[in-house]
Ligand binder design. Sequence first.
Ligand SMILES: Nc1ncnc2c1ncn2[C@@H]1O[C@H](COP(=O)(O)OP(=O)(O)OP(=O)(O)O)[C@@H](O)[C@H]1O
Length: 620
Amino acid sequence: MSRAEIPAQTAEKNETTTEKNGPTTPGLSAGETWRALYAHFRPHRGLVALGAVFALVGAVTGLMQPLAAKELVDRLSQDESVTGILIALTALVVLGTVIEATGGYILSRTAESVVLAARRTLIGRLLRLKLPEMERSQPGDLMSRISSDTTLLRAVTTQSIVAAGTGGLTAVATVVMMGMMDMVLLGVTLGVIVLIGGCVGLVMPKIAQAATRSQEAVGEISTRLERAFGAFRTLKASGAEERETAIIGAAAEDAWRHGVRSAKWESVAWSSVGLAVQVSFLAVLGIGGARVASGAISVSTLVAFLLFLFYLIDPVSKLVEAATQYQEGSAAIARIVEAERLETEETESTEETESAESTGRTTPAGKTGQAASVAFENVSFRYRDDLPPVHHGVSFEVPGAGMTAFVGPSGAGKTTVFGLIERFYEADGGRILIDGRDVRDWPTAELRASIGYVEQDAPVLAGTLRENLVFASPDATDGQIREVLVRARLDALVDRLPEGLDTVVGHRGSKLSGGERQRVAIARALLRRPRLLLLDEATSQLDAVNEMALRDVVAEVSREVTVLVVAHRLSTVTLADRIVVMDAGRVRAVGTHQELVAGDPLYGELAATQFLATVPESAV
Ligand SMILES: Nc1ncnc2c1ncn2[C@@H]1O[C@H](COP(=O)(O)OP(=O)(O)OP(=O)(O)O)[C@@H](O)[C@H]1O
């Protein structure tokens, strides 16, 4: 790498470096860093070795050029023919260039493969993260590990290793050749290089420090931007554009400052290399000239030595480049390792899901298509050790089929019931039984294949309506899609849209209304043909007509499927076969609407205030 490339490299680094927020990136020991590096490098070691061989052969052809040049000068001074040697010299130059270019291509291609493999592994792991791990992390930070950190891996696992290897070998070979030419001149050269090399060594940790800080600042930008884009309407409605711009701008300035600092130290390092070469040239020229004058060495020896000195620039530059890239890459490797160590769910899941789906959702108990029974037995649970318990011995039983409504004040732990059934979290005590079998004994994928879950905020993903509908059941036929569209009262909307099911719904479904989003989420869950349907206030944003229609659908579904619904509306609750009243992490009563109005004061109070305000007369 030449000095002229340094600014461009620094700029690129600023764009591709990573953020460091959320959990602090742990430092890896030198041994751990190497082991992590080796793990990424190992599958590609054959190709890296091939690239290294090409690089070495290219370097050797380069080394032979001074010898040919020496022969040329000798023949010229003796008035001999130089045609043959000229052809040889030209061939060496062309061959060297071709071999080096091929080696460079092999290495760059392998580097891309290293990045691809690392990205695939990380994507696979991060999408299988346990929910609590995801909640502890920053999505922006995790994304940057897949996009930016892996990019830094590219150079460290291929070019750097090869550059250090070939650069080291070529440097040793060049030094040996120089020693064979003249030991005095070699002593002078090495003296200058060691002196200035020491200064470069002092600068290296400063590059690492500045690069890490720059990565952190770039990470801060990603996190802040992710936050702003994630709540774009709130940002605008709050008039927070300028404040956020200033905050993100400050982070950008931070990245710039550290980037500039890194560029400064890199510049010092590269200037030192240039200085070492120039001072060596001058010293060799002066002392070598004197030795030629005194007859100690010939002119051709001096010329060859100077050429060797010239060829020493490349391996020394490679060594410096490898050291610089290592400084930058070690932080990225630490962050990748940290992400790889995050706890994931068991991986047998995918295959098991597929087999469960392809065989028509057969459970181990052979209950194909049957509604699932659900039971909580004295379940206790807290989200984190430092948080108070959310469930204090929750118990209830729900037989197969029918609708069960969960009601209770906000924060009572109703949604948490669903999270535990889905095994997003593990209960701390007690048992959760589906079909009489502890959820911990179910393969997670098989368990989830039996469940249709409509979350509280009815998430819709960016993409088309069709992609959203088949998200949980990719093999659904057009006929099945049409059927759920009608059931979820989406058919009129789809018919109205010029692009129908292929209409793009925007980021988080922002081009749909709240009620449409909820209906899409319900249709998605129904398309999965679940045995257990979990609806978390899924009808809260529906207008009266659509709500009534969906209530009928849910009532119909509940004849074959067990439906659990977290309900805030009396209209939903009155349809339920049973109502579970929760308060402060406990089940305080179970019964029908009439029984509870008469027997449970809290339910009576809820029904008299919140529910009754929205209940249509016909439903009471
Ligand atoms: N992922 C989480 N991490 C930590 N605490 C959580 C998490 N999710 C919920 N909680 C807390 O657990 C408690 C119960 O939450 P849950 O969502 O189950 O209540 P809910 O009864 O469904 O309330 P609402 O009717 O308002 O939706 C609340 O105090 C909430 O702050």
